[in-house]
Structures are given as C-alpha cells and as structure tokens.
Design a protein around this ligand. Structure first.
Ligand code: ARG
Length: 580
C-alpha cells in the first residue's frame, strides 16, 4: 500500500475533472505533527494561483470529488492554503490486515519487469579489498536485494579487475623468484601476492630487461599460453576465495557465479577495435587507436581522445568497458545498467556510454546509471587510513568491528557463554559497520566513527536490532498466539494511528530505492518506525490493556512492526537477532 501515491493520484484525477489543464503535480508530504492531519498537500496555493483560482475554492472543489473515498476521514483547509488530510482508521486497519499474512508485506511484483545489471563490488585481483570497496559492495547489495524483491530480473556483475599488464609483471616476478610451484601448491597467500605485485612494479621501473619480460608474458597470457594462463587463473582464484569469505562475513549476496570480470570480454576486444575503425569512430594516430569525442573537451578545449589500443597493441580498461557494455546489452539483454563505483570514474563512464551509443552497440533508451558515493573520512576529516598512511584493508576493519562489539557486550553481560558472545559480536559488529555506512546519503563523504556506530541510541543498527528483539519478547510473553487472533486491528490512540501509517509507508521506501539506489532512505525509515513503536509502547499498554480486544489488536500491531523491521533490515543485508 502506498498511501502517498494513492492520495496523489486521487488529487491529480480531481484536478483533471475540475478542468485544470496546466497544473503542477500535487506535492504530498507526511506530517510529523499529526494534530492537523496525517498528510498535507503542500503546493495547493501554487496550483490554485497558476489557474487563477482562490486556494480555498480549489480545496472545496477537490474535496467535493474525493471525500467519499474510504481512505479519507476528513480533509481540512488551513490558512493560507494547505489541504490537510486525515486517513480513515478503518481503511488503515483493512490495509494492515492484508500485510498480516503476506510474506511480502503486501507489496506486489512490478508490472513492467526489467532486466537490470548491477555492477558492484568489483575489486582488483592480486590485491586485498580495502575500505574503498566497502561502499560499492554493500550499497550495491542493497540495490540488488531491493530490485529482486520487486520481481525484476537482476544480474549481479562483479566486474573484477582480472586482466591487464599487472599480470605480466606478476608472472615475470613469480618466475624470477622461482615461486611457481609454491603458488600451484597453494602455499602463497594473497598478502604475499600483493607484496610480490608491489615488488614487481618497482622492479619494472628499474630493470628494462624485466620490463621486457613482463610485457612478453602479457602477450602470452592474452594469446592463451597454457602456462601463463594457469598462473593467472591461480592468482584469480586465491584472491577471489579470499573475497568470498569477506562477502560471507558481510552478509553480501555475491557468489562465484556473479563474477564477470574484465577477462570475460578479452576475446571480444580485437573485433570491437576493428568494428570501431570500420565505422570511422576510432582512428589510428601515432600507432595508437583513439576515439575523439566532440562532446568532451580536453584542457585545451579540443575534442577529448580516448585511447582504446596502445602502440604496443595492448588494450585498455576503456576497451574492455566498451565490449562489456555491448555484451550486457546483446547477450544479457539488459534494460538498465547501474554502476556502483566511486565518483572519480564518472567521466570515464560517460565517455564509454557515448562511444557505445555512437557505435550502435546499445540503444539510446537503455538506462545507464552511475551511482556514485563519497569517501570514508576519519574524525579529522581526512581520508580514513592506517597510522602509517596506508589504506585500511577491509578484513582488518571487520575484525576490529567484531572485537569492539565483543568488548561492548562483555561489559554489559560478563556471564554470557563464550560461544554466544562471539556469535552476537559478529552480528552486532558487522551490522554496525554496514549500517553506519548505509545510513549516510551515498553521495556525500562521511566520518567513520566507531563510537557512534556502536551505541544503542539514535539511528544505529544496535538500536534497530534491539527494538526488534524487544517486540519479540513482548510477543513471547503474551499468552495469546498471534496467528490465532481473528479480530481486526482497531486503531484508537494517535500513537497507534501513527504507527499504522508508518508500517504502511514501507512500500513507498522500497520504491524510492528502486529508483535511486539510496539505502539511507531505508535506514531513516526503520529508525522512524522503531521510534513510532517506542511511542506507541509508552502510550498504549499492550499486554496489560484491560479489554482483550485491545490487547489482541495491539499485539497484532506489534507483530507487524517486527515483521516490517525484519524485512527492512533484510533489504539492507543486516541480520536480526532473537535476543540481545
Ligand atoms: N575494478 C575497479 C576498481 O576497483 C572498479 C570497476 C567498476 N566497474 C566498472 N565497470 N568499471 O576501482
């Protein structure tokens, strides 16, 4: 049930019936203070003035047309020109009833199902994931969960950086140090590989011979040489095995089958280059192949050049990206593609999209979106790094989260069995890191602060998770079994009505995320829902209400709150606990 949308549609139709031709879309807002209504039409004055009508007279006309609908209890005018709407309690109660037995909280699958490719996480091979990959991974995961919940055909694309010149260097280094056998016997860790990678880069800068070797290995690898291929494959495997452990720890839904790395498109590259040349989109200049784009200018104001093949015939990140886009449209039949990668790649993506459109690899109506995100900062507002100024590895961050949660729980409950303590710490610690990130608008930088994310107050995961367990314990204490209740919910007190409306708002939130990919909207919502429940709990006795009918109704309302909290947290990829 989307109350806001229903009201908006009713008013829009009324405006058409009244005969208004040009009007602004009615702007409906939920009111915080509900004494004057649950919803308000915020731009009645604007609509009225545009059509030379007095706001009050327009209000009367609209009300005449819609007041009989069972959703409205009363609609009042408040000066200078607001229309305030009270929702009918019986209507709310009926709608809640529909959620009661629905595992989808009454939300239907979308009518126009789309195939949506979500490109997220996408770490680079031969390196440990660092905190920079956290945001892409968890924000992208909320998006796939949301889209899948709505019934879209979602394709997770983990566009790992598994192709390129770095592998030539690594292979050369492993051979130079005679480490090949050790690698194949699984005796080399990712940490060591990353270390070799750094050393091989340095060696390349100093040693011309080594550089030459590295280049040869890249070509060999690209041509499918079995030995180079098996070394490469092993390096990818070691890295990804490590990453899958992190995904699991993070409760992220990425699995082996979602890996669609850069190497997947490598076979397409020669044909893409050939085709782009034939179409006269790419030209050869100083032995490189370049695409000049008029719509992008370089520093001198000249058309920007995107190199797609270097002098030495090597392909680039951009080349792969063009082929990948072609693949996603032609083979995967995507209608919408969303990239979760940081804002520095914006220009790069725009260029790729422009090239793919020019070459007719994708149609103009294919939806392409870059969902960017800001950086994680430390308290001094500098990029969040280790004391030595290195990037922080994701594993280290998650381990610290679990340790901090463990200390916190131990302080509160020193007698908890160790097994339970660890289990709780894992859920609470990881959730706190995820939630504190997801609850910030993804477009902005945010300050990473252990202390605020691990408190039980405010918009934090411990607060929401605790609210959930508290409701469970209320339901457990009751002698009435929730599914045995046949009576409908009756909403009498203001705090009950507010809670009911909040529960029904869930669909509105899901639809915002579907469009914009902004998990913070869900966090804010869950926080408000938990707060509404708190209010209800303070004002309305649940287990001790005198009338059995009231008790039943309130138990049902509590149950629906818990159900919504759980579903919302599930969309965020955050686990709930039965006890805290
Ligand atoms: N591997 C890249 C990085 O770690 C991100 C790739 C994002 N996806 C893409 N299609 N460009 O920065």
């Amino acid at each position: 049930m989307n109350l806001k949308y229903t009201i908006k549609k009713d008013i829009e139709q009324a405006l058409i019936k009244i005969g208004l031709k040009n009007y602004y879309k009615p702007l409906i807002i939920a009111k915080k203070k509900t004494e004057l209504g649950n919803y308000q039409v915020d731009n009645l004055i604007k609509i009225a003035h545009k059509n030379n009508i007095e706001p009050y007279s327009l209000y009367e006309k609209i009300v005449f047309l819609i007041h009989k609908k069972n959703i409205y209890k009363k609609i009042i005018f408040s000066y200078p020109g607001f229309m305030n709407i009270f929702i009918n309690e019986n209507f709310l109660s009926e709608k809640l009833e529909q959620l009661f037995n629905s595992s989808r909280l009454g939300i239907k699958h979308v009518v126009s199902k789309k195939t949506i490719v979500v490109d997220y996480s996408s770490p680079n091979i031969a390196k440990e994931m660092h905190i920079g990959h956290l945001r892409s991974t968890i924000i992208g995961d909320v998006m796939v969960r949301t889209l899948e919940f709505l019934g879209h055909n979602v394709i997770r694309a983990n566009h790992i950086g598994d192709w390129g010149t770095q592998f030539g260097m690594l292979i050369a280094y492993l051979k130079y140090k005679k480490l090949e056998k050790k690698l194949q016997e699984n005796l080399i860790s990712l940490k060591e590989i990353e270390n070799f990678y750094c050393k091989s880069k340095k060696k390349c800068d100093l040693d011309k011979n080594f550089e030459e070797q590295s280049r040869k290995y890249v070509v060999k690898l690209q041509n499918g040489d079995p030995n180079c291929y098996s070394i490469w494959k092993k390096i990818v495997k070691i890295t990804m095995n490590y990453n899958y452990k992190i995904y699991k720890k993070l409760n992220v839904t990425l699995k082996q089958q979602h890996t669609m790395g850069e190497s997947l498109y490598s076979k397409m590259l020669p044909d893409v280059i050939k085709d782009l040349k034939e179409k006269k989109i790419a030209i050869e200049k100083n032995k490189s192949t370049i695409i000049f784009l008029n719509e992008f200018k370089n520093k001198l104001g000249e058309p920007m050049g995107v190199v797609i093949q270097k002098k030495d015939k090597a392909f680039l990140y951009s080349t792969t990206e063009i082929a990948c886009l072609k693949y996603r449209y032609e083979i995967l039949h995507a209608n919408r593609i969303i990239y979760y990668t940081d804002s520095r790649q914006y220009r790069h993506l725009l260029q790729i999209w422009a090239i793919a459109r020019k070459a007719n690899y994708i149609p103009h109506n294919l939806l392409l979106e870059h969902h960017t995100f800001g950086m994680m900062l430390s308290k001094n507002k500098r990029p969040f790094k280790t004391r030595d100024g290195d990037t922080i590895k994701l594993t280290e961050l998650l381990d610290e989260a679990i340790n901090r949660a463990k200390d916190l729980i131990y302080q509160k409950k020193p007698n908890l069995p160790k097994k339970i303590l660890i289990k709780l710490a894992k859920v609470i610690g990881i959730s706190a890191v995820k939630y504190s990130d997801l609850s910030k608008n993804r477009n902005t930088n945010y300050i990473f602060d252990w202390d605020t994310m691990l408190t039980f107050e405010g918009n934090t995961s411990p607060y929401i998770q605790y609210a959930y367990t508290r409701i469970l314990s209320i339901l457990k204490k009751s002698t009435i079994r929730i599914h045995k209740i046949s009576e409908k919910i009756s909403l009498i007190k203001n705090s009950e009505i507010k809670l009911a409306i909040k529960i029904l708002e869930f669909e509105e939130i899901i639809l915002i995320i579907e469009k914009k990919g902004t998990p913070h909207v869900m966090c804010n919502y869950l926080y408000e829902l938990a707060t509404c429940f708190s209010n209800f709990y303070e004002n309305c006795s649940i287990l001790f209400s005198e009338k059995i009918k009231t008790r039943k109704s309130r138990l049902k309302l509590s149950f629906l709150t818990a159900k919504t909290l759980k579903k919302g947290l599930n969309i965020l990829g955050i686990k709930t606990l039965k006890k805290m």
